[in-house]
Structures are given as C-alpha cells and as structure tokens.
Design a protein around this ligand. Structure first.
Ligand code: CDP
Ligand code: MG
Length: 695
C-alpha cells in the first residue's frame, strides 16, 4: 500500500474497508509500530467474539471442557488465548496452548497474536511446528502448535503438566492428529481435573463432541473439598456477522477445473465491482497452473490489468505469505489462489468473490492395496458452505461453484470422512503404543478406525521390528523409532543406517524427503530444469540424486546463486540443512552412530530398503507402457515424470510416496536388487512368492 498514516490519526479508508481497522496486514512487520496500541485494542473489540469474552471466561472457569462454535473470522483463534492470558490462566508459569492442524496456520496466527500483544514472536507468544521451535521455555505464555507436536510433547510429559488450558482449534477438520489428541486429552482430564479444554471450530457437531467429553462421576464431591469444574461440557456459539453470499453454479459439468477457474476469474474481473477474489484449488500444482494461465492472459490482453494473483499453500516462503495478508493496493484486485487452508484456518480480509473448484487434496489409504494416496477428491457440502462463506466477510459477496447445482444437491456428501478412517495408521499406532495405550482398538475414539487399516498397520510395524508378537513396542528398536518425529518407515531407515555405516547420507535423504521438493517449480522452464536435474541425476535414483544436490550445495558454500543456476530451491535447501541438524541430534541421542559411507551407494540403498521394503514395486514385463506392480497388493503404479528414473524403468524400485492424478504415480524412487528385500524383511517377503513374482 502506498499510503501511510500517522499513529493517533484516523486511518485513511481503504478499498472495501467497511470495518475500519480490521483490514490490516498482520504479517507486514512494520505495521504494529505504525498502528499503535490504541488502534489494535479497538480492532480487537470489533471482532464478534469480543462480546462473549466474559461468557467464555466464566465457562472455562467453571467447566472442564468448553466447546466454542463460531464462524471463521470471528476471532476465536487470535482472541481466546489472549482473553485467557488476561484472566490469569498463564500465571504461575503455566502455558496456554492452542493447536492447529496446519503448520502455516500456526505460524500465521502466532505472528498475528504477537503483533496484537506488541511482543516479539518467540518470547511471550511463540509457536512450535515439527522441526521449528520458536518458543522460550521460561517466557512463552501463549503457545501455538500443531496437534501433532502436542502429541509428541506427551511422550516427555504424558499429563501435559505445563499447560493450564489447551485449545483444540479447527476440530471440525477431524485431522488424524486432532482425533488422537481429543481421545488422549479426555484421558488426561481424568487425571488432571484442573486442566481446561476448549474445543473450537467453525462448524462442529457440538452435541456429539459434548457427549464425548462428558465425564460420568462415580461419587459426589464431599462438602468443603476443593470444587472441581463441572464435568458437563459447556457449549457456546459465537454469533457471526457474515453477509449474504449469492451462489452461482455451472450449467454443465466441466472437465478442466483449472481453465474454468481462470475464465471465471477473468469474467469476475471484467464484470464485477472491485473486491478481492479467493480461488480454491487443491495443491501447489494446480495453483501454479492457474497462476501461469493468468500470466498468459496478462501477456495477451489488457483484460487482466489490475489483477494481482497470489498463491497460498503450505510450504510457501514467509515473504510470499506476508503478501497475502497485506492490504490490496488501491485500484487493484487481489486474486488469492489457495488450497483448503483458507477454508477455515486463515481469514483473509477483503474477499468478496469466491471461486470453488469443488475439490481438495485428501489422503486416502486403502488397506487392501496397502497404498496411501494423495488424491484430488470432491469436497463435502459442509466444505462448500464454508468456502462460500469466505465471500461474505466485508460485504455481500458472490460464490462461483465450478460444479452443477444438481451435483451439489444430489451427489455431494454432507460431511467429509474423518482422516482417521481414510489414513494409514502406522504413525498413529506407534505413537499410542509409545504413550502406553496398548489396546488400540479399545481406545476411546471419536470415530473408530477400520479394523483392516489397524491390522495393516500392526503388520507393517511387526515387520519393521517395532512391535513384538504381543503387539507391544519392542525395546530398544520400537522406542527408538517412536522418538524420531518421522514416518516409522523413514525412522527405521535412519536406525538401520547406523549398522550400514551411512547415517550421514540417510539423514540427508530423510531431511529432503520431509519437505515438499528441493527443485524450483517454474512452469515454462521445464527444459532448463530437466537439464539441471541431469547434472545431478544418479543412476540409482532420486534418493542418491538428492545426495548429489546436497553435496553441490555445500561445495558452493550454500550459495543462493548456485541454487538459482541449478534450478534448486534455495529456501528448501536451507530448510534441509536445518532439519538435518535436528535429525542428527535426535539420532545421536538414541544411539545412532553418525558416519558417512562416502561413495558406497549400495549401503545407502540397503538402508532405504530396511525401512521402506513395504513400498517395493516390480516392472511389469507383460506391459509395454512402463507399468509397475506393487509387491503387496499388485497395484498398477508408474514412475512420476519428476523422477530421475522416469523412462529409465529399472526392474525393481522402492518408492517414497504415491500421488494420483490420471494414474497412480510413484514419487521419489530408488532402484534396488530384489534379493536385498528378503534380507531386510524375511517375514514380509515369503521367498517363494518373491521368486514367483520374479519369474
Ligand atoms: O479463528 P477465527 O476464524 O474465529 O478468527 P481469527 O483467526 O481469530 O481472526 C480474527 C481476525 O484477525 C480476522 O479479522 C483476521 O483477518 C485477523 N487476522 C489477521 O489479520 N491476520 C492473521 N494472521 C490472523 C487473523
Ligand atoms: Mg480460527
């Protein structure tokens, strides 16, 4: 924004600025000094949740569990932790926790709250996500964290004793970690009745959630004894002030939602009054495709003049995130192209138009084929309503659904399926076991996982040597693997690398695999990128290629110029270095010998197999179209075009993950010798079966 104003004077009115003072940048670091304290206070008081401040505090005081339901943007996430702090819940060294399913939301909300409180992020207000801890043990009083991180904290402090209140936010998302967390918190509450829980969400089955948290008292508290909070959960609805949103449907189903989204954006821009546009896509790929097409439009005609397209997805560098929250320049129209993250986790001001593709990326695990897929799947009606609601924050808005009304009414499911019932449960099982929950099927689930998925998880964990014949965590392997905050298969790979003498290499690989991609994603630069990749490509596959890139990066003295020249993502590499250091520390702690194997890549591949043998695939000799079959389940899979083994097609490979678009693609692939499989997991690969597949 070009215009500044002096503290203490009236702010100039911005575009669409009907609620003066709210339409501010949270991330632009200079803004708090520009605004001054008074303005921030005023702004906080205009949020719908403010009217419920006393009610919330009263309920939290008197009830063990309080369920807060309220529309997105009403101030639940940013305000409630502050109210609690103001009321003294962080006195005596206690910490107020607020969990989020998404990392990006954790960072964004924490920095907003720090700004509102006028403190430096990482001190009084901090956040923790996996591999990134911006808190101070002595000073942090309000802590935002992912639900997964809070679960990990339980391994060191099972009763979470440092927290006085835990807010489980975005509970309607029903992420795997949220569900596990809710079950465990209920247990903790029985041991620590003074702990307060707030379950907060945009839409929630408040009644069933309340029923879940209802504690049945066996005896009444004798007179004179310390009053315990009411075991009956309280429910509070924060009334929002959303404006009316007009819904439009497409008349005929579309085959290409990316192009349709772009043409919809263009026609909004041409025909509708000013106001920002929010476009719901599914992931980085289609977001970039939309950006690319909008760029083309801009080159071809003047019709896109004044449009400012911005991407929003997790893994986006901080500087780009900041742009999303800064005010739209006068006379311009922001188009934020986002994943599901803007559905309820983040509120963007100034949005008047929503374009809803009708899809999101979801994890689907099939216990029969034993494949967990990241698929682009239809959203539910509940999601569609949330998305539409984003258009009505500042004034009446419009939502363009890229599907037919008939489809919405008759085919879309009402609610999404909880992740618990469509995810691979390997990580969940090991975590619960490490926390001493042995009877996992008998655990108090909000929605029970399927027995098939549970059996599969136990099977893999048994093959990994993590659990024994009685399904108990093995010592030391099981406990060691549970310590590492990665997929158990990757953790096992790290543990095995100790024996193979290649832990330095395997830890690098694990660090790279835990971020989205180390390559820059530039459309239209495919040729340069392919050439750059060839420079590093290793015949063994992607894992070894990563080692080459990492080596090159170190030799360049971690130069950003070098990255640019080689189409390597500099920010991603810095992250790799950071994660690598943390993993080395953890590995050292659990007794892994840190050692490099220099150029011996056979041991590296053997260590990969030791963890990931269950992802082995064989090239299907009978097919001429480069098809592979998974060893378990005989599923058809193909090497992803981004892999260095694309078109190379070695006979046997191990993949790291599967993505589904037109086909099931294996991402990050390494070639192996099948005889190593039997060595690594004899019980998993019955020899005859392997020979049979082999012939
Ligand atoms: O959690 P809920 O959806 O109820 O609302 P919130 O996230 O607490 O947001 C309250 C207000 O803070 C909204 O007006 C947001 O625009 C603003 N906010 C912001 O400006 N920057 C952030 N990073 C987060 C929230
Ligand atoms: Mg929120």
């Amino acid at each position: 924004m070009a215009q500044f104003w002096k503290p203490g004077t009236e702010r100039p009115l911005l575009l669409d600025d009907e609620e003066a003072g709210i339409f501010l940048s949270s991330a632009a670091s200079a803004s708090s000094s520009r605004l001054g304290f008074v303005n921030i206070e005023k702004q906080r008081q205009t949020l719908p949740v403010y009217k419920y401040r006393e009610a919330i505090l009263y309920l939290v005081e008197t009830h063990g569990t309080t369920i807060v339901v309220g529309e997105t943007g009403s101030g639940k996430t940013t305000q409630i932790p502050q109210y609690l702090k103001e009321a003294g819940w962080a006195d005596g060294g206690y910490v107020i926790a607020c969990t989020q399913p998404r990392r990006l939301a954790v960072q964004s909300v924490a920095s907003r709250v720090a700004e509102e409180m006028g403190v430096k992020l990482g001190e009084e207000v901090g956040y923790t996500i996996r591999f990134e801890d911006l808190t101070n043990t002595d000073f942090t009083r309000i802590k935002f964290l992912t639900d997964g991180v809070l679960l990990r904290e339980m391994m060191d402090d099972p009763l979470l004793t440092k927290y006085s209140v835990i807010i489980v936010d975005e509970a309607h998302e029903r992420s795997l970690a949220t569900d596990v967390l809710l079950g465990l918190l209920k247990k903790i509450q029985k041991r620590r009745p003074e702990l307060r829980l707030i379950i907060s969400s945009a839409t929630i089955e408040a009644k069933s959630m309340a029923a879940f948290f209802r504690i049945r008292k066996k005896h009444t508290v004798p007179e004179g004894e310390k009053q315990e909070p009411n075991p009956e959960p309280a429910i509070l609805s924060v009334e929002g002030r959303g404006f009316n949103v007009q819904i439009f449907y497409i008349e005929e189903p579309v085959s290409d939602y990316v192009r349709t989204a772009v043409s919809t954006v263009m026609s909004i821009h041409k025909q509708e009054p000013m106001g920002d546009i929010l476009v719901f896509m599914t992931g980085q790929d289609d977001i970039e495709a939309v950006l690319h097409l909008l760029e083309e439009e801009a080159q071809q005609s003047k019709s896109s003049l004044g449009l400012v397209p911005l991407p929003l997805y997790s893994g986006l560098p901080r500087a780009d995130q900041d742009l999303i929250f800064s005010p739209t320049p006068r006379g311009k129209r922001k188009v934020v192209i986002c994943t599901n993250i803007a559905e309820t986790s983040l509120t963007l001001e100034g949005i008047v138009y929503v374009v809803d593709s009708g899809f999101s990326k979801q994890r689907y695990y099939n216990p029969i084929s034993d494949i967990e897929n990241l698929v682009i799947a239809p959203i539910s009606k509940a999601s569609a309503k949330q998305r539409a609601g984003r258009a009505g924050r500042v004034r009446p808005g419009k939502c363009y659904r890229l599907y037919t009304e008939e489809y919405f009414l008759n085919e879309m499911s009402n609610e999404g399926i909880p992740e618990m019932q469509r995810a691979n449960l390997v990580s969940t099982v090991i975590q619960l076991k490490a926390l001493g929950v042995d009877n996992i099927l008998g655990f108090d689930w909000l929605s029970s996982p399927t027995p098939e998925a549970m059996i599969r998880a136990l099977e893999i964990l048994y093959s990994l040597g993590v659990i024994d014949d009685d399904a108990k965590l093995t010592s030391p392997i099981g406990f060691q693997i549970a310590e590492i905050p990665l997929d158990p298969m990757i953790s096992k790979m790290i543990l095995a690398s100790s024996e193979f003498g290649c832990s330095e290499e395997i830890i690098t690989i694990a660090a790279v695999l835990s971020i989205q991609s180390i390559w820059v994603s530039g459309r239209g630069q495919q040729k340069g990128m392919d050439e750059a990749k060839l420079r590093f490509a290793a015949s063994e596959g992607d894992h070894v290629t990563f080692l080459n890139v990492y080596k090159g990066f170190l030799q360049s003295n971690k130069s950003s110029k070098w990255c640019h020249k080689n189409f390597v993502n500099y920010n991603a590499m810095r992250k790799v270095i950071e994660i690598r250091e943390q993993l080395r520390r953890i590995a050292h702690r659990i007794g892994v010998v840190l050692k490099s194997c220099d150029t011996d890549m056979e041991v590296v591949r053997k260590a990969v197999i030791a963890g990931c043998f269950a992802n082995a695939c064989r090239l299907d000799a009978s097919s001429h179209n480069e098809m592979y079959k998974t060893f378990r389940g005989s599923q058809e899979v193909y090497i992803h075009p981004s892999s260095v083994l694309f078109r190379v097609n070695p006979k046997w490979v191990i993949y790291h993950s599967i993505v589904s678009t037109d086909r099931q693609y294996m991402r990050n692939v390494i070639s192996i010798d099948p005889s190593w499989l039997i060595e690594a997991a004899p019980h998993f690969f019955v020899k005859q079966k392997l020979n049979h597949v082999h012939s």
